[in-house]
Design a protein around this ligand. Structure first.
Ligand code: DLL
Length: 434
């Protein structure tokens, strides 16, 4: 039977959901207008007042918020409450510029834990579950975000943090862990070390895991599921909005349910910011309607996906987003062709024998972009079998060309030569930017 953390909310009819959203949106807009000078100015420039938000359609009249806005107000300029009311700060990694800082009130932390508890229940966790949190703890939101959700659920939270893989495995086995939370690339790393240590999935009591913080393909899901003997669920989130648990898959694994009583999701054209219809791929734009410390209006996530508001077989009514392909910032443009690293992963893993350890190297030679995909030699090919290696490399590059329409050089490298991830995997080395 389907389990819910908060059935009335998770299965509420769309009409009621929209009523709640509108009410909360009006409160949020008034709040930012009164308490965040940056928003007041932006709204004044657009000639819009809080009282103008009369229907949910008015959402698109509000200004878009971008990462640059957060940088311009660094560190605390977007906080909507006095510092006395903030109880926690997290920050984004700042890999693409200055880090952005997010503040949470006690109620925000509670709401976040509520979102995470809903997610864990979607993968059948309950009070008797033991949840190993192998996302990093610290300014990164993964560790503490998952942790508070597990505690709220009443499960045992095991704050393993990331890294020290052998110790992770000892804990998984000795503590009879039933659920693990980490990045998908780290889950693969754990699966690999598990077998190197001579264990099999039968030594584990694991039932499922929630994997996110980076794009991962359906092929990667199958690998993780078969190697660890679990169901692998996708969980999405971002520090600017909250952290993990903005959305998560139910057991039908056909899109990630966004908690719409807390977040209003839109899809917009990445270039014009104009709203798109459900089903059309575009930029995911999120408005937080329950957050106190750091409310965001129409935040442009730069994650490309589609939205589906059709009811789901699980009974939940909250909209589903498709598995995000990646951020527009991470999209590679190779000789004019747009490609996400996760699309390359999908092709690689659709070819039998390819291990999910790969690296994408982009370069520019004589003003021409080059794409090289390094993958570790599959066990079925002997290292000294030059012919076999060539045939395999050609097969993979042929597949990339036919599915993605780009020419790529494929280079088989020694087993274990591609660095293993403990957090977000670094799949792309783009020498053009250096
Ligand atoms: O990665 C929060 C998180 C932690 C999510 C743990 C899920 C699990 P940031 O470091 O701010 O926050 O990075 C957010 O990571 O905009 C996406 O581009 C990407 N991302 C997050 N989850 C997924 C996912 C956390 N499930 C950025 N699939 C987001 C694809 C994801 N990309």
């Amino acid at each position: 039977m389907e389990q819910y953390w908060n059935k009335p909310v998770e299965t509420m009819g769309r009409e009621e959901l929209c009523e709640i959203q509108l009410k909360k949106l009006q409160t949020t807009v008034r709040n930012v207008y009164e308490n965040v000078p940056y928003y007041r100015e932006k709204m004044q420039k657009k000639g819009i007042l809080p009282g103008d938000i009369k229907t949910l359609q008015n959402l698109s009249d509000l200004p878009i918020t971008t990462k640059q806005d957060l940088r311009d107000t660094y560190p605390f300029g977007m906080f909507a409450v006095p510092m006395e009311d903030i109880v926690r700060i997290h920050a984004s990694s700042g890999t693409t510029g200055k880090q952005t800082v997010v503040g949470y009130t006690r109620a925000d932390i509670d709401m976040w834990a509520d979102c995470m508890a809903r997610c864990l229940v979607m993968e059948d966790a309950n009070k008797s579950s033991r949840v190993q949190v192998a996302y990093g703890y610290g300014l990164f939101t993964g560790g503490l975000g998952a942790h508070y959700g597990a505690e709220k659920l009443g499960a045992v939270a095991i704050p393993a943090s990331s890294g020290n893989t052998q110790r992770q495995i000892t804990m998984l086995i000795d503590f009879g862990v039933t659920h693990i939370c980490c990045t998908p690339s780290y889950a693969m790393n754990i699966a690999e070390v598990l077998s190197e240590l001579g264990y099999t999935k039968d030594d584990l009591k694991l039932k499922s895991g929630c994997f996110g913080a980076e794009p991962w393909s359906v092929g990667m899901r199958s690998e993780i599921e078969s190697r660890l003997g679990i169901r692998a669920y996708d969980i999405y989130g971002l520090s600017e909005i909250m952290g993990p648990a903005v959305s998560h898959e139910c057991r039908h694994q056909n899109g990630l349910h966004i908690w719409e009583d807390y977040f209003i999701a839109e899809i917009t054209d990445p270039d014009t910011d104009l709203p798109l219809e459900d089903g059309e791929p575009g930029d995911l734009v999120i408005t937080t309607v329950s957050k106190e410390g750091f409310p965001l209006i129409r935040y442009k996530t730069r994650d490309i996906c589609t939205l589906n508001r059709q009811p789901c077989e699980c009974g939940r009514t909250h909209a589903r987003m498709s598995k995000p392909a990646g951020r527009t910032d991470d999209m590679l443009i190779i000789r004019g062709v747009n490609v996400f690293p996760s699309q390359i992963e999908s092709v690689l893993l659709s070819i039998g024998d390819v291990q999910p350890n790969y690296q994408i190297v982009v370069d520019r030679v004589n003003n021409l972009d080059t794409l090289t995909i390094e993958i570790e030699i599959p066990e079925s090919i002997f290292t000294d079998n030059v012919k076999g290696i060539e045939v395999f490399e050609k097969k993979v590059s042929g597949q990339i060309a036919s599915v993605l329409g780009i020419g790529a050089k494929v280079h088989l490298v020694e087993p274990k030569s591609i660095p293993r991830s403990e957090g977000k995997a670094k799949r792309v080395i783009d020498n053009r930017k250096i």
